[in-house]
Design a protein around this ligand. Structure first.
Ligand code: 3PG
Length: 214
């Protein structure tokens, strides 16, 4: 695992963020996550202004690990890197985009759920994959089945993760971290409920800690 992957694993949860008002919300959100013990964010390119959000988060909390999500093109990789992104997340497995990230020496977590995806990831020398969409693709049962032929990977399941199932996932040694939007929903961000976001982060960290120690 590289240093970025190790940090992601150590933190244990990765908020998946979509900001419609990055100028207003990125800085207080970065503080709220950091205060909650979750100094990491996957800022998705689903919203225009993702690069603005990444830059603002990096400036507000320089020790935070800020990455870009829903990255589909090399142009977005470049934009994310220029904004200060330290990792890239893609929803699917695009070998060309992975190679591009490897050339740029930026950590990349491609979305993988099938034996074909995993095999491609193996050929590309990856170690940590996003497993997306996790619940909809078979959840933990599928993740465990996949790690029989591919025991070399750790995964970051995202999609359908909540406080209810976080512990079940985190217990398993194949899980590097769990991603999700449940602690940074559109409603929480629109309502600028930073304390609530911090509280959800603290709860998540406690669940992961207990699951890993149990
Ligand atoms: C993602 O892009 O990783 C997912 O949309 C997040 O899934 P969730 O909203 O179900 O947590």
């Amino acid at each position: 695992m590289n240093e970025i992957e190790k940090r992601v694993q150590q933190i244990g949860v990765v908020p998946v963020i979509k900001l419609t008002h990055p100028e207003r919300d990125a800085a207080p959100l970065a503080k709220a996550l950091t205060e909650g013990g979750v100094p990491v964010a996957e800022v998705t390119f689903r919203a225009a202004g993702a690069a603005i959000a990444i830059k603002a988060m990096c400036e507000t909390c320089p020790d935070m690990l800020v990455g870009a999500g829903t990255v589909l093109t090399t142009a977005q990789v470049d934009e994310a890197i220029s904004a200060g992104s330290q990792f890239i997340v893609t929803p699917g497995m695009d070998a060309d985009l992975v190679r591009y990230c490897q050339q740029k020496q930026i950590a990349i977590f491609p979305g993988c759920t099938t034996p074909t995806d995993y095999h491609t990831a193996y050929k590309l020398g990856l170690e940590v994959l996003k497993f997306f969409p996790a619940e909809q693709s078979g959840g933990l049962a599928k993740i465990k089945a996949m790690s029989a032929p591919f025991p070399m990977f750790k995964v970051m399941p995202t999609g359908g993760i909540s406080l209810k199932n976080l512990g079940e996932y985190a217990k398993n040694s194949v899980i590097a971290a769990c991603g999700g939007s449940y602690m940074v929903t559109a409603e929480l961000i629109e309502g600028q409920q930073w304390d609530e976001i911090t509280a959800l982060c603290r709860q998540s960290v406690a669940i992961v800690k207990e699951a890993r120690n149990g």
